[in-house]
Ligand binder design. Structure first.
Ligand code: DP6
Length: 332
């Protein structure tokens, strides 16, 4: 809830987990409203998260962001655009001091924009004294970052691209509680530092120059249907098949862009093969890779130990991180 001190300042603090898409969002239908061209399905994680405090600051002329201990003037426009949406709803004009911390590397293909925007919306809602529905939160988070619409919810989540010109039907919804099918994720970190081409410019470049982009968009409805059915039936083999195929199709569209978008390094490819070998040998695991070189190995309950032992030995893997499925964005 919003709290006020004697200066009339509202403060909100929230935590949101990162999410990884199993059926991916890649491309926009409306850049201004940040409406995706395709729906997507994801899992929200519990041990990779962002914690954000929003404090209303009548003394400030512009919003101020401190991320992982550093002032980020370069992210000011994006931050203010998101806060403006909440200010409009609250009918206030007050600027905010925002302090945010990721407990994992920022902008390295580990979904920091998703958890960051979801935590920001949830914390700002409290600071501005609003009481939004989860759907409203998801719509606001989407305008900050498309994947963030999904981090509002926990477990298995579906994002609807929507058809309304104003984006009001472009939001995420929970599909299945994580406790109902407690998958785990092993993340193989194969490079550190911020990625060269972020998702936003990568997807624009794919949409405008890749000969495979139209085929990517056209193939999404059947993939969403297959993933939805697999999740409903807790059918790991079926989910593995559609998720890996969908991931490779996204990267195929990106690879064929001009200039090409090669998000992988050698270790990324080695991990992909290692995961496929494990599954061929009967270990229930599949990979997914986003706009960066890290490999996320999604494990059926009980498979995590074997997957960790194997990925640990892959040359070029710098570090492994693990996570269970987690809750949606919450005040903390
Ligand atoms: C490859 O949500 O970061 O991770 O809406 O422009 O902020 P913007 O893009 P973003 O893109 C995520 C792309 C992806 C796939 C996914 O998470 O679905």
């Amino acid at each position: 809830m919003a709290t006020s001190d004697n200066g009339g300042r509202g403060v909100g603090r929230a935590r949101a987990g990162a999410n990884f898409a199993l059926v991916k969002y890649w491309g926009k239908a409306d850049a201004a409203l940040n409406v995706p061209a395709v729906g997507s399905i994801s899992i929200t994680l519990d041990s990779l998260y962002t914690e954000t405090t929003v404090e209303l600051a009548p003394d400030l002329g512009v919003d101020e962001l401190t991320l992982d201990g550093k002032r980020r003037a370069e992210d000011g426009a994006k931050l203010s655009a998101c806060l403006d949406l909440l200010r409009r709803k609250a009918q206030v004009d007050t600027r905010a001091r925002v302090t945010s911390r990721n407990n994992f590397p920022t902008a390295a293909g580990l979904a920091s924009s998703a958890s960051g925007c979801a935590a920001l919306v949830r914390a700002a809602e409290a600071a501005f004294g609003l009481a939004l529905t989860p759907r409203e939160r998801s719509i606001l988070a989407r305008q900050g970052s498309g994947s963030a619409a999904r981090s509002i919810f926990g477990g298995f989540v579906e994002m609807h691209a929507g058809v309304a010109p104003d984006g009001t039907d472009s939001f995420a919804e929970p599909l299945l509680d994580g406790a109902e099918w407690p998958l785990e994720v092993v993340i193989a970190v194969t490079a550190k530092g911020e990625k060269e081409i972020g998702s936003r410019s990568g997807m624009t470049r794919s949409a405008t120059s890749s000969p495979y982009y139209a085929a990517w968009v056209a193939g999404q409805p059947p993939d969403l249907e297959a993933a939805r059915a697999a999740i409903r039936a807790r059918d790991f083999a079926a989910l593995a098949e559609v998720a890996e195929h969908n991931c490779l199709k996204m990267h195929a569209a990106a690879l064929a862009a001009q200039p090409p978008l090669v998000y992988w390094n050698g270790a990324t490819v080695e991990c992909l093969h290692a995961v496929r070998r494990l599954r061929a040998g009967g270990v229930p695991v599949f990979f997914t890779i986003d706009a960066g070189p890290q490999v996320k190995a999604v494990c059926a309950p009980g498979a995590r130990g074997q997957v960790e032992r194997t990925l640990h030995t892959v040359p070029g893997v710098l570090e492994l991180m693990t996570s269970a499925l987690g809750p949606g964005a919450e005040l903390c």
